[in-house]
Each structure stands twice: as structure tokens, then as C-alpha cells.
Design a protein around this ligand. Sequence first.
Ligand code: IMP
Ligand code: MG
Length: 170
Amino acid sequence: MKVLLSRDEIGRRVAEMGQEITRDYAGREPHLVGVLKGACTFLTDLCRHIELPMTMDFIAVSSYGAATKSSGEVRLIKDLDQGLDGRDLLIVEDIVDTGLTLNYLMNVLRARGPHTLKVASLLSKPSRRLVEIPVDYIGFTIEDHFVVGYGLDYNEKFRNLPEIGIYGTD
Ligand code: IMP
Ligand code: MG
């Protein structure tokens, strides 16, 4: 598999993102919400570079079939354990592709009354976007490839690869 982002490149960028978040949230307590399962690897690395008191929670969603995909409707598989009222919410995603999932999630979570809402995504594929959403922290902007590794899967596999590769290449 062709490596798009090496373990070292990812590690360096994730550390930078953590430093940026540390600066931006100084004096506050970010509440990281990871979108299972893809964002798990990224979140656990990222949080170790945030030098602030912080909390974390997880949510799991799954897209409906192709027919409803364009509506951006997603099914909540696992909800958050804690409320969001007054919190400095930072949604942590693996990749923003069409933006439909994140758009839906942001609407659902915004309604729960967080004080602030920002998004951190390791990857972004802007050429695929169907809905414009502000992503406050982007690790890497990539071309329209299907990528796996570092949490990202193809049929639930390859999440454990330490690097990010382009699926279907030698
Ligand atoms: P969106 O709603 O189209 O933005 O889809 C986002 C979700 O689709 C991500 O959270 C991933 O789970 C999945 N996804 C999109 N592109 C890729 C990819 O290249 N590799 C693996 N999963 C992807
Ligand atoms: Mg995901």
C-alpha cells in the first residue's frame, strides 16, 4: 500500500495541533468529543499534546444507506455520557469528506447548549464537500483518495496501521 502520510509526519502534525489547541483554549477546559471509531487513534494521541485540564467523551454514528446519504441523516449508535451545557466543545473527527456527517453532528450537539463549538479533523478532502462546514483545526488536506490506517478503516480493517496509506495501491 502506498504510504500517503508516514508515522513521523502524523506524529509531528498531531503535536502541532495539540500545541495550537493549548494556546487557543488557555484558561479554559476543552471537552473533546471523539467520533467513534475512526477518530479514536487521533484523539488519544492529540489529547497528550494538550497541556490543559480537559475532559473527553465519545459518540458513535453511522450513515444511513446511499439513498438517504444526500440528506446527511445519520443514525446515533452511541450517545454521549455527559451533557454539553456551558462546555467548550471540541469535536474530534478522523476525516471530513462530504461533510454531511459532521454537519448533522454539529446541529445535534449545538442544540445541547455548549458555550463554544469547534472542530478538529486529522484529514480533510475538500474536493468531495457537499456541505460547507468550518473545520477549525485540520491536520492534512488531501486529494480524493480512499485512505486507511491510523484509525481509518476499509470494512473495519487497517485501523491499526501506524501510517496512512492509499487503499488499493501496491
Ligand atoms: P462524510 O459525512 O462524507 O464527511 O463522511 C465522513 C466519514 O466517512 C468519516 O468519518 C469516515 O468514517 C468515512 N470516510 C470518508 N472518507 C474516508 C476515507 O478515505 N477512508 C476511510 N473512511 C472515510
Ligand atoms: Mg468517522
